[in-house]
Write a protein of this length. Structure first.
Length: 286
């Protein structure tokens, strides 16, 4: 990419993100790429630059990701919440798996009709070093165990079950349980913090009611039998049917215009530069 094109894209992205900071009255951080340990160190540096001027007490994270590691998501949340009292997530396109987990730590989640999240299916590194969706493996094991119990298991299936590494299975179970625990904790602490009264009755919402709602949402997002695929796209309507409050950024004057404009420029730059991932703030230069 030549320097002239780079400069034009860079200036347009800064203009768009500056307008979004004005609209949302917040600092903005764009993340596009896997949720990983490497991302954590980059985000620490980016937020350090934003906080240098201490302009806002609110952070908006515009997120695009296919997922990643739940432990890395937890570390990112610690960074966000150490620096900001209020955190919003904006999804211009998609955020799957660990990206969905990360969004559940926000005070608000903004999407439009075309945005999607995904099932909370944590990716775990197997013994071959590949990252695989944990819930898919656990669902298959459950199917084989059920077949074994009722005597309908085939010889080939029996051999698969017999040779499965129990330590690896335990790792998948731990990843699943961590994901559910994180969602329950974050939803109650952040997403539900302003949910104080029931709309229908006006009665106060108890902590146990918040915990039960968080558990219901976590189980819904983690229901592999229902979604049937690690990358199943869940749109704003589907998420609201799970009793998850999602705000529509198209309802905010000019927000959709600048979000989609910025996103278009960012994706173009990433593709032209053959980058695996990128971050950007008003202080960033690409």
């Amino acid at each position: 990419m030549n320097d002239t094109i780079r400069k034009v894209i860079n200036e347009k992205m800064i203009d768009d993100i500056t307008e979004l900071e004005r609209i949302f009255e917040a600092d903005f951080l764009y993340i596009d790429g896997p949720i990983s340990a490497e991302l954590n160190s980059v985000v620490v540096d980016e937020i350090g630059l934003l906080r240098k001027y201490d302009t806002h007490g609110k952070l908006c994270i515009m997120l695009t990701t296919n997922g990643g590691d739940a432990n890395s998501a937890e570390r990112l949340v610690n960074v966000f919440r150490h620096n900001y009292d209020t955190v919003y997530f904006i999804i211009p396109d998609y955020a799957y798996s660990a990206g969905t987990i990360l969004c559940m730590s926000g005070d608000k989640i903004f999407m439009n009709y075309n945005s999607v999240l995904g099932p909370i299916d944590p990716q775990v590194q197997n013994k071959e070093g590949r990252f695989v969706p944990a819930l898919g493996y656990l669902d298959k094991i459950d199917t084989l165990l059920e077949a074994a119990r009722d005597g309908s298991i085939s010889q080939a299936e029996f051999l698969i079950l017999k040779d499965f590494d129990l330590a690896e299975l335990s790792l998948y179970e731990q990843a699943r349980d961590l994901t559910v625990d994180l969602l329950k904790d974050w939803l109650v602490k952040y997403k539900f913090k302003d949910w104080t009264k029931h709309k229908s009755t006006g009665k106060e919402v108890s902590v146990s009611e918040k915990e039960n709602r968080a558990k219901e949402i976590a189980e819904g997002l983690g229901n592999y039998k229902r979604w049937k695929a690690h990358g199943r796209p869940l749109n704003i309507e589907t998420l609201r049917n799970l009793k998850l409050i999602i705000d529509d950024f198209s309802d905010i004057e000019n927000a959709e215009k600048y979000i989609l404009s910025f996103y278009s420029m960012a994706r173009e730059f990433k593709q032209l530069s053959n980058m695996g991932g990128m971050t950007f703030t008003r202080e960033g230069r690409i």
